[in-house]
Design a binder for this molecule. Structure first.
Ligand SMILES: Cc1cc2nc3c(=O)[nH]c(=O)nc-3n(C[C@H](O)[C@H](O)[C@H](O)COP(=O)(O)OP(=O)(O)OC[C@H]3O[C@@H](n4cnc5c(N)ncnc54)[C@H](O)[C@@H]3O)c2cc1C
Length: 608
């Protein structure tokens, strides 16, 4: 149930969850399965049940492109709404490679409970899976029995497959097969390489986005022990006299400051922490001053020197807070298509098509309005660039890493990354076909486009997010440090060049009218380099800023997700990933939060 800032302050909570987003709502729902456990959730955004802008997949408008490096800002939307970023994401539902999670367990010292096989039951616990429709057959052949055993059938998030494909989805997969990008009929059991039927978090009957709000909160909103406060921003943790036990949190709402008390734990789920510079839609405002590393630093948990400059008393000297920021930088290229090619652009300029698709949606909740990206392939560098070029890239990478100063955590990461790169067994790039314009360039009216995004999914650059003022309402400073390691730039340049080769290969080439971004004028090495630097964007997959790893090498939380040095504060959001995964993050964020909820229940002997 919802309450006011003042009434919230008067309640006695067992747990306070900071951030009612993807991970926070999982913990809130699971812990309140026990009616004796009282959980308060504090969310900066609003509760927007049944909002079509959030729920209809194609009312989602991809964030515009105002990127740039060379000092220019990169847009970083995060959902500030009940449901968090799951309310605004692109609905892609993929799991990473088994080897990536197994490293969390082994190289990062978190033990076998964090291996892929230990996480698998939690991946399934989140899901109610429906098989791909028979028609249209999805991207790869419809082998639902191989997929079925990978997925759950009783969880809060309904997942399904596209029932509509645009004119470019299948031809793009066929064209990529000429370069050796394989089909994959079972991508979700720890080997995501190649084109597969891509799941998405869309309820196939209602035709709506399933996100943390309508899957984990709304069905439980009548629980008397689950109390949600919206429009309130947590500004710091409160500790008892001379102890490192959190006794509550301070929050501001409607220009007033309040405190709320907790008897067991504070659970931080405010996200790994990035600043957002622009509004996303008229309903979802993205403000980025509100994230887990920022709350820890404001509370005196972080780098002692940084805190002392800001006159914040240091409770725990934990310099790794806000460090180790990893993301998936992406380059986007677009191509103008022949006039008869049907893409999502037709929803905008082709009135007949739009009305037909709206009528179909109204009648059956199917069609183009429910479309989500269908042609995606995590790939190795060897597949796209060949063995010889990849070996050359690796040789120069090793030389440049040797010249870099590295933290102990980076040393562990880089050693594993280089080995996996040499083995060619996990994705380093992910190809994404967006059947629409407006992402890489301003679209011309009445023209259809295809946009090719190539994500670098294991970059070597490491960024950071830190406060630079003790004012809790100010934005933290973000330094993503994309393309600082030459390898990251080199493979994104080669990836953008591959996108062009790919789109100019049959059967795609028959649909491509002309190059758009980059134009045919981009040919020299210098021109490609400037193109990529000017067009790199974030895929909004930040993680790692409160990494789960030993404190001695730069971890912030232990394998039970407890913040080092504090007695009863855990982090459960994407910040805890010690090492990135080769696909988008949301299924893993949900699975981690499900696992965290079980760990918290066990710690407090909660039986439900
Ligand atoms: C535009 C976009 C597209 C994406 N596309 C995909 C995709 O297609 N597939 C995929 O798998 N992943 C995708 N992702 C990534 C995925 O959605 C996120 O990794 C995941 O949702 C993060 O979950 P979280 O719990 O860490 O944080 P969030 O879900 O962001 O939750 C954080 C919550 O905390 C609240 N909050 C923050 N600070 C405070 C404070 N001080 N006080 C109170 N509340 C606070 C915020 O308002 C927010 O609701 C995308 C992300 C974005 C932004």
């Amino acid at each position: 149930r919802e309450t006011t800032p003042l009434l919230f302050a008067g309640l006695d909570f067992d747990f306070i969850v900071v951030g009612g987003g993807t991970s926070g709502l999982v913990a809130a729902a699971r812990l309140t399965e026990d009616p004796n456990i009282v959980v308060g959730v504090i969310e900066a955004g609003q509760y927007r049940p049944n909002d079509p802008v959030i729920e209809i997949p194609q009312s989602y408008a991809a964030p515009g492109v105002d990127p740039g490096l060379d000092g220019k800002p990169v847009a970083y939307p995060r959902g500030k709404v009940v449901g968090g970023s799951s309310a605004i994401n692109s609905l892609i539902w993929q799991r990473g490679d088994k080897d990536e999670y197994d490293l969390w367990a082994t190289s990062f010292g978190n033990g076998p409970d964090w291996s892929f096989s230990s996480l698998l039951p939690y991946f399934k616990k989140v899901e109610t899976w429906s098989p791909p429709p028979v028609s249209p057959a999805t991207i790869s052949s419809n082998l639902s029995s191989a997929l079925r055993s990978s997925h759950g059938d009783n969880g809060p998030v309904h997942i399904s497959y596209n029932n509509f494909l645009t004119d470019v989805d299948k031809p793009s997969v066929e064209a990529a097969s000429i370069f050796g990008v394989p089909d994959n009929f079972s991508p979700d059991l720890g080997d995501p390489l190649g084109f597969s039927s891509i799941a998405r978090n869309v309820d196939p009957v209602k035709g709506i986005r399933m996100y943390a709000s309508n899957s984990y909160y709304t069905p439980n909103s009548n629980r008397q022990n689950l109390i949600l406060l919206t429009g309130a921003q947590v500004t710091k943790l409160m500790f008892g006299d001379k102890t490192l036990t959190a006794i509550g949190v301070e929050y501001t709402a409607e220009n007033e400051t309040y405190t709320a008390h907790v008897s067991k734990e504070v659970i931080l789920a405010a996200g790994p922490g990035l600043e957002n510079l622009k509004s996303y839609s008229n309903l979802i405002r993205v403000l980025g001053s509100l994230k887990t590393p920022q709350i820890l630093e404001l509370s005196g948990v972080g780098n002692k020197t940084l805190l002392s400059h800001l006159n914040i008393p240091c409770l725990v000297d934990l310099p790794a807070v806000g460090e180790n920021l990893q993301d998936h930088p992406v380059t986007v290229s677009d191509f103008q298509l022949t006039s008869s090619t049907v893409t999502l652009d037709d929803l905008i300029f082709n009135t007949t098509f739009r009305l037909q698709e709206q009528a179909l949606y109204n009648a059956s909740r199917q069609g183009a309005l429910t479309y989500t990206p269908a042609a995606m392939a995590p790939t190795t560098l060897q597949t796209l660039f060949g063995q010889q070029d990849t070996e050359q890239l690796i040789t120069s990478l090793i030389t440049s890493l040797a010249l870099m100063s590295q933290t102990p955590l980076q040393q562990v990461q880089y050693e594993a990354q280089v080995e996996l790169l040499k083995a060619g067994s996990i994705p380093f790039l992910e190809l994404v076909v967006y059947p629409t314009g407006g992402v890489a360039s301003e679209p011309a009216p009445n023209v259809s486009y295809v946009t090719i995004a190539v994500m670098e999914v294991h970059p070597f650059g490491r960024g950071s997010v830190h406060i630079n003022t003790s004012n809790p309402l100010a934005n933290p400073v973000i330094d993503p440090r994309y393309l600082e390691v030459p390898f990251d730039a080199q493979i994104l340049i080669k990836a953008a060049q591959f996108a062009q080769k790919w789109m100019l290969t049959e059967p795609m080439s028959a649909l491509v009218e002309s190059l758009s971004t980059p134009s045919s004028a981009v040919t020299s090495a210098a021109a490609w380099d400037s193109f990529v630097r000017a067009h790199v964007q974030s895929t909004n997959h930040p993680l790692g800023t409160t990494a789960m790893a030993p404190r001695s090498i730069g971890g912030v939380v232990d394998p039970m997700l407890k913040v080092y040095g504090l007695n009863n504060v855990r982090v459960i959001d994407a910040g805890i990933f010690p090492f990135t995964i080769g696909v988008p993050l949301q299924p893993t964020v949900y699975a981690v939060a499900e696992k965290a909820s079980d760990m918290i229940k066990q710690s407090w002997d909660i039986k439900y």
